[in-house]
Write a protein that binds this ligand. Structure first.
Ligand code: HEC
Length: 151
């Protein structure tokens, strides 16, 4: 099963080509699932900014869709865990993605407005939650801040 999942992931990544990023689990049951959602977030957010920079709006929509899926997964998890602060940040982020989607739905999307919206999403959603819930760095590894671990 695991091998099958891996194979289809590889196939999907090959299919997606330039906008490839890791697929996240649909439900968070373990800390490893949580981290996998975060890795997918990083890939999708990077792809979003890159594609907006080059005016590849269809790719940007795909990346924003992955971010929406991941935030929805996080919302379910944080609701179950009654993690109110994280939940508020995630809901705010979903609202920001609505705004971005609206910009991207235009026949000729406003590139600067879309880039500004994506930047605000990065700061006020990813950045804000990390400031509140995350400790560590790329060298020592990331972890939940003390008292903030929902598992
Ligand atoms: C609900 C709060 C929350 C939101 C929203 C959030 N993160 Fe995280 N993120 C965390 C926490 C807590 C950790 C540390 C635990 C971990 O690494 O699993 C983390 C870890 C990470 C990591 C390190 C993963 C690892 O273990 O190597 C990356 C990369 C990351 N987040 C990217 C993002 C990006 C990009 C976004 C926005 C699209 C985002 N996160 C949104 C809380 C959040």
């Amino acid at each position: 099963m695991r091998r099958l999942t891996l194979c289809s992931t590889v196939a999907l990544v090959a299919l997606l080509g330039a906008v490839a990023f890791a697929q996240a689990p649909a439900k968070i049951a373990t800390a490893a699932d949580f981290a996998a959602v975060m890795k997918s977030n990083a890939g999708a957010n990077g792809a979003l900014n890159k594609s907006l920079g080059s005016g590849a709006f269809a790719d940007a929509r795909t990346a924003a869709g992955t971010l929406r899926t991941n935030l929805t997964t996080l919302r379910t998890f944080l609701t179950e865990k009654k993690a109110a602060d994280g939940l508020k940040t995630v809901n705010d982020g979903l609202g920001r993605l609505d705004g971005l989607d609206k910009i991207l739905a235009a026949a000729a999307p406003d590139q600067m407005a879309a880039q500004a919206a994506a930047k605000e999403f990065g700061g006020n959603t990813c950045g804000a939650c990390h400031k509140m819930m995350r400790d560590g760095d790329a060298q020592t590894g990331f972890r939940f801040r003390e008292g903030m671990n929902p598992f």
